[in-house]
Design a protein around this ligand. Structure first.
Ligand code: ZN
Length: 281
């Protein structure tokens, strides 16, 4: 038995992603700042009445950022009747897909999301509806933490922190100094993700755009960090989880279209190309 720790593309042990909600004008400034640093963001839209289609294409899509669902009417999925939740998610998805002519499968829960559930409306019910609506993942919030773990459940994806979390720079330091050489407890060599969320209008309102610049300066330009959108991380983890193993774990087949990277028990880095089988000694 041995560990197979996921490594992001090119063998990188860490990833950084952003998630910003509500589709407001300040998204343009946010995008222009993070673009300078090569950081990727998922922008969660209700509708984008406050942005033009051209602004979204020019500032968001053309720079490789993701567009995701945030409920056409921003309805709290745990509080509205199931049919209204379905309509809110589906109409948002179909609107965004037809507007931009692309597949949109990500989501951030609007309002209180899965943190407030009316009697009889369970998290499992909500998750089931999202699966049926072909939503791949949904971001929640309210539990900032420094575990830096990939989500065990992509329908309850907890970010690391809101950008105003007073521990932000403490968390960043801890993340950047994570030790991947641990030999005795090698489970500690797990892949780490730093996930920041918020609303771009908060930087405008709080007049603290320099906070975003400072966060980007700290996190950007690191050779061992993969800068990716939420859906890119989801798709890569899904590919990693699709690897097929012999019972002893020594023969590994990659049936996906991604080159998948992992680190073995002894710290050796492996990659398995699409369609390839590798034989570990
Ligand atoms: Zn919102």
């Amino acid at each position: 038995m041995s560990y197979r720790h996921l490594r992001f593309p090119e063998g990188r042990p860490q990833a950084v992603t952003l998630s910003y909600d509500d589709g407001v004008k300040a998204d343009i400034k946010l995008a222009s700042i993070i673009n300078k640093y090569g950081i990727k963001c998922t922008f969660n839209y209700n509708n984008f009445e406050r942005l033009t289609k051209e602004e979204v294409i020019e500032n968001v899509i053309s720079h490789g950022h993701e567009i995701a669902v945030h409920g056409a009417d921003h309805k709290a999925v745990g509080v509205v009747r199931p049919i209204d939740m379905i309509k809110d998610v589906l109409s948002c998805r179909t609107f965004l897909e037809s507007e931009f002519n692309m597949i949109i499968r990500g989501m951030a829960y609007p309002d209180s999301g899965i943190r407030a559930l009316m009697p009889g409306n369970t998290y499992e019910d909500i998750k089931r509806r999202l699966i049926d609506l072909d939503i791949a993942y949904a971001r929640t919030l309210g539990n900032d933490n420094n575990s830096f773990r990939l989500p065990a459940d992509f329908y309850a994806w907890e970010p690391t922190a809101h950008h105003k979390n007073p521990k932000m720079f403490e968390y960043i330091e801890e993340f950047l100094n994570a030790d991947y050489s641990e030999k005795v407890y090698s489970s500690k060599r797990y892949p780490r993700l730093f996930y920041i969320w918020g609303h771009s209008f908060e930087f405008e309102r709080d007049d603290n755009w320099e906070l975003l610049e400072k966060i980007c300066q700290k996190l950007s330009g690191k050779p061992n960090i993969w800068y990716a959108t939420n859906i890119e991380i989801y798709n890569y983890v899904k590919a990693f989880n699709s690897l097929e193993y012999s019972a002893d774990g020594k023969i590994i087949y990659n049936p996906t279209l991604y080159t998948v990277w992992f680190e073995g028990e002894n710290g050796t880095l492996y990659s398995v190309k699409p369609g390839e089988t590798v034989y570990l000694s």
